[in-house]
Design a binder for this molecule. Structure first.
Ligand code: PLP
Length: 285
């Protein structure tokens, strides 16, 4: 495997950043994950738009031009011969002697790009089975709209889910509303067949997959509401699912100890998963 690190393509096994990288010391960085589907990069434009926003919110500069980042992303996917998988882009504030204050202006941001293959068969098998999610008290900072590498709360929530037989955590705020998953956006389908997902204005990351699914829902003429839903409402939902570049549309068949619907993936989630790539934008590798 090959990775790109600050200007060089290196063996993945040897890919490293300096110990004084601010990503390592302060989690002072941001990232993106794009899906690679049938040799194409899915929605790279939207992902790089969001990277631009995350960088802007944290006042980190682009490590190189956006066109150069796109070129490197393609190269890393190509050099790793990934047909189906994921590409990961991380930018940090760079390498500088440990000090909370921003480093001097001449310190360049660090960039790392990696890619790996995933198994479409394994993903389909998982989607046919559905996943269990485990609720967890919302304990993240209010700026979850920024896709930062500071993911310790997400790590702890997801590990807790795993230790309770789940594949994802659902954060629940102090008023009982689900915000989002540890690395996904959360959705339900009500008994009346209305799709519900939380508005992206507060409490969640504005998922690219979420946006594509919303467009798909409109195109299909399905009824939906962008509003917060409670954990209780999720328990009583006909269907539930999560969305992310890493899992597309993944049916949820259990929330805590409650079975959702009949305990099998719902028809709406399954249909949205099947149609997903008809609604995305592609760039050839
Ligand atoms: N919410 C969180 C906290 C995430 O980390 C992610 C993706 O990693 C998402 C939502 C889904 O975003 P996207 O659909 O852009 O992958």
């Amino acid at each position: 495997r090959i990775a790109y690190v600050n200007g060089q393509y290196v063996r993945h096994a040897d890919a490293a950043v300096h110990v004084e990288d601010r990503g390592y010391q302060f989690a002072d960085g941001v990232y993106e994950v794009c899906e690679i589907w049938q040799g194409r990069i899915v929605d790279m434009t939207r992902h790089l738009d969001r990277l631009d926003r995350s960088l802007g919110e944290l006042r980190i500069g682009w490590p190189m031009t956006r066109a150069a980042v796109e070129f490197v992303v393609r190269q890393v996917v190509r050099r790793n011969k990934v047909r189906n998988g994921l590409v990961y882009i991380q930018v940090t504030r760079g390498v500088s002697r440990r000090d909370h204050f921003f480093p001097p202006e001449d310190v360049a941001p660090s960039i790392v790009v990696t890619a790996r293959s995933t198994s479409p068969e394994a993903a389909s098998a998982q989607a046919a089975q559905g996943i269990a999610v485990v609720s967890y008290p919302e304990n993240r900072w209010p700026r979850v709209d920024i896709k930062t590498v500071a993911l310790l709360p997400n790590v702890l929530a997801k590990q807790n889910a795993k230790e309770h037989g789940g594949k994802e955590a659902w954060y629940v705020d102090t008023t009982g509303f689900v915000t989002e998953g540890g690395s996904t956006n959360a959705w339900i389908v009500t008994k009346e067949g209305t799709l519900v997902t939380r508005p992206a204005e507060s409490g969640i990351l504005r998922g690219i997959t979420r946006a594509v699914v919303l467009e798909l829902i409109e195109k299909e003429g399905l009824t939906f509401e962008e509003r917060p839903f409670s954990l209780q409402e999720a328990f009583e939902a006909k269907e539930a699912f999560v969305t992310a570049a890493t899992s597309i549309v993944m049916p949820v068949v259990r929330v805590d100890d409650r079975m959702i619907g009949n305990g099998h993936p719902g028809s709406v989630a399954t249909r949205l998963r099947d149609l997903f790539h008809t609604a995305t934008d592609f760039q050839m590798v």
